[in-house]
Structures are given as C-alpha cells and as structure tokens.
Design a protein around this ligand. Structure first.
Ligand code: DON
Length: 334
C-alpha cells in the first residue's frame, strides 16, 4: 500500500503533467512566436470594410495591421504597424465610464446608465425606448454620451480636459486629437444628438445633451496605436496600475466592474459569440481597434480598420482569438 506522502507526490506530478502552462509560465519566445503567427496568418485577410458613416474613416488605409501585447510587468510584445495611429472611437467609452465610476461609484453607473446588454446595434434608438428610457450600458453610444455628461466639471472645456487626461494616463503618453476625424463626425452627428436629447427627456443626462455629444465625439477622435491600446488594456488587467509608467489610474475595486461590462457588451450584439470563443472581456471601436483583457496578466490590442456588420474589426477579432487560444489564455480555462 502506498504511503500518504508518496501518494501526494504522485498527485502533484499528475496535475502538472495534465495542466497547460499558466500565463506566468509562458516564455517570451513563445508569446513572440504566436504573435508573429497571428500576424502572418491574417495579414492577407481582406474581410470587412472600413466604417463609412463617418466619412474620414472611409479613407483610412485598410491595410494597417498592428498587434501588441503588454503584460502585467510592462513587457511589450508587438508586430506589424504598431505605431500607426487610428481614432479610438468606441474603445474610449471604457475609459470614460471608468472615470465616472471613480468619481461617482459603481452603483451610480449601474443605476443611472445600466450594465446590461442591449441586443441591438451600438447606435440603436429603439433600444432606449424598449428599456424604459435607459441606455442599458455605457458602451453603446447612448450610454457613452451619458458617461461623458456625468464627468464632473464646471463646463465642457474642463470636461474634455479631464477625459483626455484620463485616457492619456491609461496610455502613458499624451494622446492627441485626430482633427479630420473629429471635424468629419461633429459636422454629421445628428443621430447621436437625437440620442442625447431623448436621454435628456428621460432625465438621464448630467450636463447639456448637445455639449456632451460634442465632447463625446472629441473623445472618440483621439489617436491611438495598437501599442497605446495594449498599454491601456494592460492597465485594467493590472488592477488599475499602468504597468509601463507604474502610475495608479483607477482603484482596483473598479476594474472587475469595468471588465464585466466589457464581457457582456464590449462587442455589442456579437459579445456572446466573442466570449464563447475567447472568454476575454473586450471592446471594439469603428476606427478598427479592439482591446482584450486577460485579467491579472495581459492587455492585448489589434488595429485593423475593416469591420464586420456589427462594427467590430475583422482581423483584430481573428488575431486576438488566435493568440488567446494558442497561448491557452481563456480566463474561464484557468
Ligand atoms: O458615435 C459613434 O458612432 C462613433 N464615434 C463611435 C462608434 C463605435 O466606435 C462603435 N464601435 N464599434
């Protein structure tokens, strides 16, 4: 009969033999190898189409393809056009919602904006009516315009300064405005203006609706690269501390809340398929970026402008899925 300590050693060996490498045990070589594989596998993919409802996005180079991973220690792995900037668009919604959460608490975001999926397009108006005058969550346009309106400030100039400084702190550098994109959208913004007025009628806005829509449009027009986006995502992964600058940007008590909304609503009405395939909270933008988070471990970002019918970058989804599955990073599998 086997004695107790021998049985214990055997069981440890069995556990190690059958478990995959944890994120902490992945070598830098392996991460770089999978990153390069993802790049070469999807570089030639011609699926999707640039957003064209914002005219300046239609003329962005569709070939841009950059992939960056940043780990919790600030190590950076990247390949392709990782310094090439595009407008952040809806990915900005994550960071402004996080700012409102820091200022007003997580209950406020849950009760005033909502944290449920809409099951509708990101710019849906009917979804507001169907949910009793609520945006449902801060990642559809309605909820994002609401978040912007709730950032405490004496006027819209101060509100914009706080929002851009907040996103810059997540990126670890001073993000600048893409003026052609901003002009293009701000002059053709009637749908978002209508959304803001409707929410105002339901008593949901924190400041003047049209002013908030303009500031929201500006926040969507900040330029970011896949490098910037991965640092921003890694800050959320690293419990609110930017792993490159070491600055705390948000309290650790809020990052799980933000990631929860990313999981249910980050990729809009395709969020279920995304979570099923990757397990990773993520957020897309019509500029072509997607961020994904492996909690406690990595921020992953890809920039590639052509989008699918949900408004999510085609190559970014393919590359991130490949990386997560090849490196066994699905958080539900840990
Ligand atoms: O308000 C808009 O329509 C854009 N500024 C942002 C939309 C967006 O990025 C949706 N994301 N995939």
């Amino acid at each position: 009969m086997l004695n107790k300590s021998f049985k214990f050693v055997i069981s440890i060996v069995v556990v190690f033999a059958f478990s995959s490498l944890s994120a902490a045990e992945l070598s830098k070589e392996r991460i770089n190898q999978v990153l390069k594989e993802a790049y070469s596998k999807y570089k030639g993919d011609v699926g999707g189409k640039n957003a064209d409802y914002i005219k300046a996005l239609d003329i962005v180079d569709s070939k841009i393809f950059g992939i960056t991973i940043v780990d919790k220690d600030g190590n950076i792995y990247e390949t392709g056009d990782t310094a090439q900037v595009v407008s952040i668009q809806s990915i900005s919604k994550v960071f402004t919602a996080a700012l409102v959460m820091s200022e007003k608490g997580s209950k406020f975001v849950q009760e005033k904006i909502g944290v449920n999926a809409t099951g509708a397009a990101f710019n849906s108006i009917i979804a507001i009516e169907q949910h009793g005058g609520s945006a449902s969550n801060p990642f559809v346009n309605a909820g994002a315009i609401q978040s912007t309106s709730w950032v405490s400030a004496k006027d819209s100039t101060e509100r914009w300064a706080k929002i851009s400084a907040n996103m810059s702190a997540y990126a670890g550098r001073n993000l600048t405005l893409n003026k052609p994109v901003y002009k293009s959208e701000v002059n053709d913004n009637k749908r978002n203006q209508a959304i803001s007025k409707l929410l105002d009628a339901y008593g949901r806005m924190g400041s003047d609706p049209l002013e908030a829509t303009t500031v929201y449009t500006k926040q969507c027009s900040l330029n970011v690269s896949s490098h910037d986006l991965a640092v921003m995502a890694a800050t959320l992964a690293n419990h609110g501390v930017n792993p490159v600058t070491n600055a705390r940007v948000i309290s650790a008590k809020y990052t799980p809340k933000i990631m929860a909304i990313m999981a249910t609503s980050g990729l809009y009405d395709n969020a279920g398929d995304w979570l099923y395939d990757t397990g990773a909270p993520a957020k897309s933008g019509v500029g072509g970026g997607i961020i994904a988070i492996i909690p406690g471990e990595f921020g992953i970002a890809v920039v590639s402008p052509p989008l699918d019918s949900y408004g999510n970058s085609v190559r970014a989804q393919l590359a991130i899925k490949y990386i997560i599955n090849e490196l066994d990073l699905n958080p539900y599998a840990q």
